[in-house]
Design a protein. Structure first.
Lengths: 111, 114
């Protein structure tokens, strides 16, 4: 019940396209859902986060869509660029409890 | 220049030796964490500390030890009891006492044990 399942494991998108990464969770008590971006050999960087009281949050080309009833949330990257090529992790937590991370998605944007 | 520093970036050790990884933050964050990352896997929590002189085990604490004597510092010791220590180790911190919200990560230390 503590797991966060992330898909796909890897994704290839053409430059200018939309990249979509999905995550599903079981624990309905989760109340914080961040996405992290990690480049090879670097630490993850917080990209965008959402709480369950909203269904969508947008920051620039990055959008989180949240479906509380389906217990799913997704990251959309609009106008994907080669510089977006990285590994993306979703995560979830409840209050003071630990972040539970998905397995990660390796995104490649072809020029 | 605020942030989290981890040193060294690369670390090589012989099997059977203990090794200590450094993590320092100047963000004035109360909570600090250590994660392990293996190829193709997500981040697994080793230990975390919500306040000075207190820390808790995460999901994979066996073979590791930590201390939190100062707010800014949270060193991780990988002991010889850790069966498979070769991995990428990440330190993180967050601002709220008792909260895991908005964790910020350091650049990581890649440990290789042969």
């Amino acid at each position: 019940q503590q797991q966060v399942k992330q898909s796909p494991q890897s994704l290839i998108v053409q430059k200018g396209g939309i990249s979509i990464i999905n995550c599903a969770y079981e624990n309905t008590a989760f109340d914080y859902f961040p996405w992290y971006q990690q480049f090879p050999g670097k630490g993850p960087a917080l990209l965008i986060a959402i709480r369950p009281d909203v269904s969508e949050k947008k920051e620039g080309r990055f959008t989180i869509s949240f479906n509380k009833s389906a217990k799913q949330f997704s990251l959309h990257i609009m106008d994907s660029q080669p510089g977006d090529s990285a590994t993306y992790f979703c995560a979830a937590s409840k209050g003071a409890q630990k972040l539970v991370f998905g397995q990660g998605t390796r995104l490649t944007i072809n020029p | 220049d605020g942030g989290i520093t981890q040193s060294p970036k690369y670390l090589f050790r012989k099997e059977g030796q203990n090794v200590t990884l450094s993590c320092e933050q100047n963000l004035n964050h109360d909570a600090m964490y250590w994660y392990r990352q293996d190829p193709g896997q997500g981040l697994r929590l080793i230990y975390y500390s919500q306040i000075v002189n207190d820390f808790q085990k995460g999901d994979i604490a066996e073979g590791y030890s930590v201390s939190r004597e100062k707010k800014e510092s949270f060193p991780l010791t990988v002991t010889s009891a850790q069966k498979n220590p070769t991995a990428f180790y990440l330190c993180a911190s967050s601002g709220g006492t008792g909260a895991f919200y908005e964790q910020y990560f350091g650049p990581g230390t890649r440990l290789t044990v042969t």
